[in-house]
Design a protein around this ligand. Structure first.
Ligand code: ATP
Length: 296
């Protein structure tokens, strides 16, 4: 079995009266690309702040690269590449200067990786970061993190400001990079569609708890969507157990369930629901994500 690079158990955290994490548990196997997923405000950045030791949870425990997250040794920290919203503090520096500045902190620095990613920008090396667009800055930041050659990368909203072409380029680059080095990556993004191509393991957070965790493909295999004609009986259905979500439009009821067609049919029949006309609808990862978390 793969070594565990991150493990979080029963994390609880509140900001004042507001409970954000309410018993969140998950673990990230070594060498995986792991998606930390949830709707806006679900607690993804809060979780990353706890993993980095920037925030102490009210209870629960996290271990990162074998150390308690609130006491990570400086040498271990060098092996963590963190992307966050305010990554570049010295934006008066040029592209070339910021690369030299960061290189000094990291013994495994790989200048070629930075040049390969950032050299594709149609921007001169002496351009100051402050004079670059949001997406161009993100490209420089990703180059800096990859050049660090860390054992663990935490990429909080890596897709911010990136256009579709660069997102593709970055995803391909990252997958190859990770395959070559065995880097473990924890990633959040609002572009769930992209994550389907990228991640192999995941946790979906909802109301501060673990909604689903494990291999993405196992989730996609086990989770199904069905439509059937709306009726008084379907109006009485409530999500419970393997029936994860029930939604209605004017004439149709849509069900999301951790049951295949035959089992769902039997389940509904036992509840007195007429299932004539029930059809399974194919789902991609984004559909499944919305299906389990709800549309708001
Ligand atoms: N320092 C803080 N003080 C008070 N509330 C906070 C603080 N930081 C975050 N929150 C609240 O905690 C909740 C979780 O925030 P967090 O940033 O962890 O969510 P997220 O999943 O990263 O969201 P998004 O997808 O929108 O980036 C939100 O409701 C947010 O408003």
């Amino acid at each position: 079995m793969a070594e565990t690079v991150i493990s979080c158990r029963e994390l609880r955290h509140s900001y004042g009266e507001k409970t954000v994490l309410d018993g969140l548990s998950f673990s990230v196997p070594s060498g995986s690309i792991f998606g930390l997923l949830g709707k806006n405000g679900a607690g993804k950045t809060t979780t990353i702040n706890i993993l980095m030791g920037f925030l102490r949870p009210m209870s629960g425990e996290c271990r990162v690269l074998g150390e308690p997250s609130n006491d990570i040794a400086p040498l271990t920290r060098r092996d963590i590449g963190l992307l966050h919203e305010r990554f570049i503090q010295y934006d008066f520096m040029s592209i070339a200067e910021i690369e030299r500045f960061h290189a000094a902190f990291y013994p495994k620095w790989e200048r070629d990786v930075f040049r390969d990613l950032v050299g594709r920008l149609d921007v001169p090396q002496d351009r100051r970061i402050s004079r670059m667009s949001c997406g161009q800055r993100s490209q420089v930041v990703l180059g800096l993190i990859m050049a660090q050659n860390p054992r663990l990368m935490l990429l909080d909203d890596y897709s911010m400001g990136l256009d579709v072409g660069y997102r593709r380029l970055f995803l391909d680059f990252l997958q190859e990079y990770v395959r070559e080095r065995g880097t473990t990556v924890l990633v959040t993004s609002h572009v769930v569609q992209d994550l389907d191509r990228l991640i192999d393991e995941m946790v979906i957070i909802q109301n501060g708890k673990t909604l689903v965790t494990g291999r993405k493909d196992d989730f996609l295999r086990a989770f199904h969507r069905f439509t059937l004609p709306r009726s008084d009986a379907t109006d009485r259905l409530r999500p419970e157990g393997a029936l994860a979500n029930v939604e209605h439009s004017r004439r149709t009821t849509t069900l999301h369930a951790f049951m295949p067609l035959a089992e769902t049919t039997a389940h509904l029949a036992a509840l007195g629901v007429e299932t004539t006309g029930m059809v399974e609808q194919p789902m991609d990862f984004e559909d499944a994500f919305i299906g389990i978390t709800g549309k708001y």
